[in-house]
Design a binder for this molecule. Sequence first.
Ligand code: PLP
Ligand code: SF4
Length: 323
Amino acid sequence: MSDSLWRAILRTNFRSLDALASYLKWDEELLSRVLKNPKFPLNIPKRLAEKIEQNSLDDPILRQFIPLNDELTAHKGFVLEPVDDQRFARSGSLLQKYSGRALLVSTGTCAMHCRYCFRQNFDYSVKSSKFEQELETLRNDPSINEIILSGGDPLSLSTRELSELLAAFSDIPHIDIIRFHTRFPIGIPERITPQFLALLSKQPKQIIFVIHTNHAKELDKQVLDSLKSLQKLGIPILNQTVLLKGINDSFEVLFNLSQTLITNGIIPYYLHKLDLVKGAAHFAVPTKVGLSLIQQLRDSLPGYAVPSFVQEIPGQSSKTAIN
Ligand SMILES: *Cc1c(COP(=O)(O)O)cnc(C)c1O
Ligand code: SF4
């Protein structure tokens, strides 16, 4: 199946600091604040880089992807594995934390590297690309009616691999819903190929997409058009956002994001409090600031446009609402 185009675009991602620095015309002072050779490598799609303001570290897109020296400062409470995923492995790459739904870590690869990602230190040694063991667990557990394809980013898989996974899920009678968690179309909307759409359109189970955007600047026309082509198949799209200092910790930014999402039929789902992953302390926003932002959104938008403000606390029976 024709994955060659988006794969070619993926290969044009900025992975070298020097290349990005010269593309964005950074001066020496700016460059001195940037972390060279981070353990979680720089990776930013061309499309996103094109939207970044030159010679500034304040750009809300740049801040999501640029490794800063701030990452090296240790902060109490910020750890390698904040959400303790390994403890919730059901079998192989299948995690279950919550009733009725299980999450498959389908790949370790993403279209981009977000500096605040809680999975940046996750052991991604995916046991088998065919997921035999994980599928067996799903088949034998009728209490699971929803499978979440996560990662990494599941759209990093080839259309053929996705087609095999979807076929396997569809053969399990008690699976009703297949949910994709993806950020891929934000960086490379070309991933939503006619072949992928054709594959989704013939699925017997309900498909749901949850995308991840943090700022309206990420949502240009081509990105929105690619999402529209999913919606035309009857696939609902929800969005999750991480509340990030210097990126979206203002009423105006969150309001514009919600407004852009809903006018394109995308429902704001969660506003996540930052997971306390090592190296991400400079993104932390105090809970009371988050609560006040949510209240301001409620005061100015319809109820469906206001995301739930939540936090991941390992061991709880769901994401924990912050009130
Ligand atoms: C976040 C998460 C989910 C999804 O939770 P919802 O509230 O259903 O969106 C499912 N499984 C795991 C392991 C998760 O971390
Ligand atoms: S795309 Fe998602 S999984 Fe990948 S680095 Fe960003 S937040 Fe993490």
